[in-house]
Design a protein around this ligand. Structure first.
Ligand SMILES: NC(=O)c1ccc[n+]([C@@H]2O[C@H](COP(=O)([O-])OP(=O)(O)OC[C@H]3O[C@@H](n4cnc5c(N)ncnc54)[C@H](OP(=O)(O)O)[C@@H]3O)[C@@H](O)[C@H]2O)c1
Length: 449
């Protein structure tokens, strides 16, 4: 099993692109959606970013309804989809901010990405979606850096199913489609700054299976837009948007940042092995964006008054696939800001090591992931360390991983253009939140914190 891209991965993903671009003939819709406002289908609303996308959407007056597609019985729990969304909104302090009117806009629908028959959506719900949805935001994904490539096939097929749903819409103007991708999907793209456009497979090379699956799905979304253009009569999708997210951090109000993600886990090593990777002389520039600001920026893009169809975009010589890069225009430094702030907030007992030495030390540390959770992502961190070595050997600035153009995204989202300062207080919120989470720094350390 390989965690990273190989020639096999290239063959597999090209096969997915071939299979998952055989779209059905678009349905010639007859319904007029102009009176109903924006009716949004959202996936991944139970996730760290998705709950903030949902919050941002329901706050917009012209959004009349958000259908959240949610998997029921996750990991054997018998929670209904309504119970799951209630829990997530409460945990993230979103419920307390919603007015009754905003809450009423949310309707949950059960789906299962593993189900090859229309995502397991009931016929009744499927018809409701076909009749009313005019914006689809596809945000759900297995954010898993160590999963085998085969595990992502259902996600690529699921995107195909959602694109097909859009094409089968009964509306005269078909839904626009927004796919949430990652900047990891084009981590090898050159030259800098990487443009807000599609790239070939070489740009995805050396990524993880997760990032390669996102690259493949970007291609599937682009093919859907193109197939809409060539359909006759032209009755295809609205604009297809691909949003590549950079590193997302916890929200600005409560600092809730999933302790299982790569950055929090890396910082937890300061407790579990006593070391965090950093080199003061080559301090890394970070463009982390808080999850609530990210949700608002995604809503800005998704609700943009799109060119009504891909065909009219083509007539106006506007690309029918729009790509956006979302990251923070206000930067901070790993060593100078983040680690310094953590020390000021009481995390003082750690030393720093250059990345490759840190990865070696982690490899030799306790392999029990309950006591030492950072060990779980060892292979991923080893790859990150190796990437820095390669960039240094190339004479490139090892601390500039990827420089991105964000012009289009900033044009659409004023809050993104403005940027968000990550200050000392916010780093303190992250640390306080992680300390409440037993699986951040492991069982033994949880008792000590
Ligand atoms: N966070 C970042 O820094 C970052 C950076 C770049 C891109 N992204 C992208 O942003 C999106 C959201 O990420 P996130 O950080 O919010 O991730 P997250 O907290 O792990 O949430 C993932 C969401 O996807 C759903 N999901 C995962 N596997 C599923 C499956 N098999 N069937 C149905 N639903 C499934 C989850 O539903 P359950 O609750 O049922 O598990 C959850 O709602 C993802 O597409 C991710 O690739 C995130």
């Amino acid at each position: 099993m390989s965690l990273f891209s190989t020639s096999d991965t290239k063959t597999i993903t090209h096969e997915w692109i071939r299979r998952f671009t055989e779209f059905p003939e678009p349905h010639l819709g007859s319904r007029d959606a102009s009176v109903q406002g924006k009716v949004v289908l959202l996936t991944g609303s139970t996730g760290a970013v998705g709950c903030h996308i949902l919050h941002a959407l329901v706050q917009r007056p012209h959004v009349s309804k958000v259908y959240c597609l949610i998997r029921q019985n996750k990991k054997g729990k018998s929670n209904t989809t309504d119970q799951r969304i209630e829990e997530i909104l409460a945990e993230n302090h979103i419920s307390e901010e919603l007015t009754p009117e905003q809450r009423q806009k949310i309707t949950t629908i059960s789906y299962d990405v593993q189900n090859p028959c229309r995502l397991g959506i009931s016929s009744e719900d499927y018809e409701t979606l076909r009749k009313s949805v005019n914006v689809i935001v596809h945000n759900a994904w297995a954010v898993n850096f160590v999963m085998d490539i085969s595990g992502f096939e259902a996600h690529c097929r699921g995107t195909f199913d959602l694109l097909s749903l859009a094409m089968q819409s009964e509306l005269k103007t078909k839904p626009s489609f927004v796919f949430i991708s990652t900047i990891g999907a084009i981590m090898n793209a050159r030259p800098f700054p990487v443009q807000e456009k599609l790239y070939g497979f070489e740009a995805a090379l050396n990524g993880t299976n997760y990032t390669i699956s996102k690259w493949a799905t970007e291609q599937i979304c682009a093919a859907a837009a193109t197939s809409s253009l060539s359909s006759s009569p032209p009755n295809g999708l609205g604009t297809v948007s691909i949003i590549r997210l950079g590193q997302i951090c916890g929200d600005t109000k409560h600092g809730m940042w999933n302790p299982k993600e790569a950055v929090p886990r890396c910082l937890a090593a300061g407790y579990t092995i006593g070391f965090i990777p950093a080199t003061a002389s080559h301090d890394e520039t970070l463009r982390w964006l808080p999850s609530d600001v990210t949700g608002a920026a995604i809503a800005d893009i998704a609700l943009l008054d799109q060119i009504s169809t891909a065909a009219s975009a083509a007539a106006m010589k506007i690309p029918s696939v729009a790509v956006y890069h979302i990251e923070n225009s206000k930067t901070c430094r790993w060593h100078g800001d983040v680690l310094a702030a953590l020390r000021r907030h009481g995390m003082t007992d750690f030393k720093t090591l250059p990345w490759h030495e840190w990865a070696e030390r982690l490899a030799q540390s306790d392999s029990n992931v309950l006591r030492n959770p950072p060990y779980r992502l060892l292979r991923f961190y080893q790859m990150a360390a190796a990437g820095r070595e390669v960039r240094a050997a190339d004479g490139a600035d090892a601390n500039v991983r990827l420089a991105l153009d964000t012009t289009q995204a900033c044009r659409v989202s004023p809050r993104l253009a403005e940027g968000t300062v990550l200050d000392d207080a916010l780093f303190g919120k992250f640390l306080r939140y992680w300390k409440t989470q037993p699986d951040w720094a492991g069982q033994v350390y949880a008792a000590r914190l």
